[in-house]
Design a protein around this ligand. Structure first.
Ligand SMILES: Nc1ncnc2c1ncn2[C@@H]1O[C@H](COP(=O)(O)OP(=O)(O)O)[C@@H](O)[C@H]1O
Ligand SMILES: CC(=O)N[C@@H](CCC(=O)OP(=O)(O)O)C(=O)O
Length: 249
């Protein structure tokens, strides 16, 4: 199973460690690969250097100067998460070309679109009993780093390994009337997702998440669930199909 982890669900150290403990427990029964973002950490490091952030359609406009900061921030977080999970190896896209990408749209700067995943490296680590923890910086055709949205990166990894994926975030799933948690959809089909984006009740950061879920399913992932990483037990409940929103073809 792929666990996508990022954003607000890793804002406090206690929360980060609680999720890491759940990931470690989950791995007793199945293989687990962690793919992470870290928007708030990137934000903090950019702000500390006086570099402003601009998002277009949920993607951070990434100048070469910002790219250096994104990579530095995510590399440090990668090692911290790897240590939290234990029996893990932290990797970024540059390692054995784990995540290959091309420039997505030149007007966004160094933002990448994933073109390939070195699944053999992940299988080798899993075969050795180690949990890969993957940061969402990819390597471009020029050998330089590209900033990939972590949901997109996680969806590509799930597709490449033909594994199911749980996207952990700061809401209990996809709400039909955001922000009312009572309106959580237990299941959403592709048509419902497309309709939700069109009608505007799926918006902001939820758009790349549902699109990455559909992309993972298209590439061969057996399931895709969007669930909360904000309370204990949520990950295992989502993995059992008892929490979150399951996206179906
Ligand atoms: N229909 C919806 N249901 C739930 N959340 C939604 C919905 N539409 C938009 N959102 C927003 O999407 C956010 C999750 O995306 P994002 O902040 O990018 O998460 P992460 O940082 O975990 O990747 C929620 O906190 C919420 O603000
Ligand atoms: C291109 C792009 O927007 N990249 C993201 C990568 C990190 C990310 O996606 O982190 P979360 O999962 O915490 O949101 C960014 O720079 O914020």
């Amino acid at each position: 199973m792929i666990v996508k982890y990022g954003g607000n669900a890793m804002k406090s150290l206690d929360l980060r460690r609680a999720v890491a403990a759940e990931i470690a427990a989950l791995r007793a029964g199945q293989t687990v690969v962690v793919v992470h973002g870290g928007g708030p950490v990137i934000e903090r490091e950019l702000a500390a250097r006086g570099i402003p952030s601009e998002f277009r359609a949920g993607l951070r406009v990434t100048t070469p100067e910002a790219m250096d900061v994104v990579e530095m921030a995510l590399c440090q977080l990668n090692k911290q998460l790897s240590q939290d999970v234990g029996r893990a190896v932290g990797l970024m896209g540059r390692d054995s070309e784990l995540l290959r990408a091309e420039v997505f749209d030149p007007t966004l700067g160094r933002v990448g679109r994933v073109t390939g995943v070195n699944a053999d490296v992940l299988r080798a680590l899993l075969g050795a009993g180690l949990t890969p923890v993957v940061g969402c910086v990819a390597v471009g055709p020029d050998g330089d780093a590209l900033n990939v949205n972590a949901d997109t990166a996680a969806g590509a990894v799930a597709g490449a390994l033909n594994e199911g994926i749980v996207f952990l975030t700061d809401v209990d799933g996809v709400y039909r009337t955001y922000p009312d948690p009572e309106s959580r959809a237990a299941h959403l089909t592709r048509a419902e997702v497309e309709g939700g984006i069109q009608d505007g009740w799926i918006a902001g950061g939820m758009i790349p998440k549902v699109r990455a879920a559909l992309d993972a399913l298209d590439r061969g992932a057996p399931f895709a669930v969007i669930a909360s990483g904000m309370h204990a037990g949520a990950l295992s409940a989502a993995a059992r199909g008892e929490a979150g929103t399951r996206i179906t073809p």
